[in-house]
Each structure stands twice: as C-alpha cells, then as structure tokens.
Ligand binder design. Sequence first.
Ligand code: DQA
Length: 156
Amino acid sequence: MKILVLNGPNLNLLGQREPAVYGAATLADVESLCRDAAAKAGATAECRQSNHEGLLVDWIQEAGAAWRAGTLLGVVLNAGAYTHTSVALHDAIKGSGVPVIEVHISNVHAREAFRHHSYLSPVAAGIVVGFGIDGYVLAIQGLARRAAAAGGAVRT
Ligand code: DQA
C-alpha cells in the first residue's frame, strides 16, 4: 500500500531556508526519511513537492481516486503557507475523502498570528505540529496504524 507525501510552497528550499526555524535537513533528506518510515510500516512512500496550489489540488483529487480504489492509505501533507490561505485545498481534501495528515515542521502556534489559523485542520484526519522533520515520520506511522486499526493489511 502506498502513502503519498506532499510538500507545498518553499519546502523545496529546506536546508537553506530559515534553518533556525526549519532545521538543516534538505527536502531530499525528508523524502528519504519518509521512504524509510513507510517501509518500516510495511508501505511505500511516494513523495512530491510543488509551489503551485492547483497542482496540490490535482494531486489530492488523484489521491482520493487511489484511496477509493484501495491502493493508497492516505496523504501526509505539509502545505506550507497554503495551510493558512487555501479554501481550495480545504475543499479538495473534503471532496476527495482521502485521509490527510497535516504536518508542520515548526510549531505554527508559537509563531506569527497569521500562522495560527489552518484551513486544513478541520478536514484533516490528524495533525502533527512542531516536531521538526520527525513529524513526517509520526504522520506516516499514524496513517499506517489508523489503516491497521480499520482492518487494513498494514501493521506497524
Ligand atoms: C510550515 C509552516 C508554515 O506556516 C510555513 O508557511 C511553511 C512551513 C512548517 O512546516 O512549519 O512554509 O508549514
């Protein structure tokens, strides 16, 4: 079974972007961490990144179809700044029905007020915030355990 890991705008700059906030790991490091975590959970991770809101919407719709077909456990999504602005991503998650775990590397609630509101949280299956890049691992484990509890084949 597959897990889709989606990273949104500016996360391609991980490692060089505000390292005091986001750490030194690059996006390639994060994606390799995700592939390892998925393998340990008996799944495979497919990782994608885009700076474009519409492409993230397309991928969530695609994930909904794969989830309904039984080939996808769910999506781990760090939507970056679109978290705080995007009704389109909210609607895509809600409309697709696919379980989405919202991830933020930083603790957005300890930062600027404009980062405190998320359009995604009300439609997310779970939220992992402020654990650094380990948050992706926790989200993958959570998705796998959730599927196992629901009677899926994946065991952690
Ligand atoms: C982020 C937090 C967002 O507020 C910010 O716009 C990002 C990264 C995080 O992972 O902490 O781009 O999602």
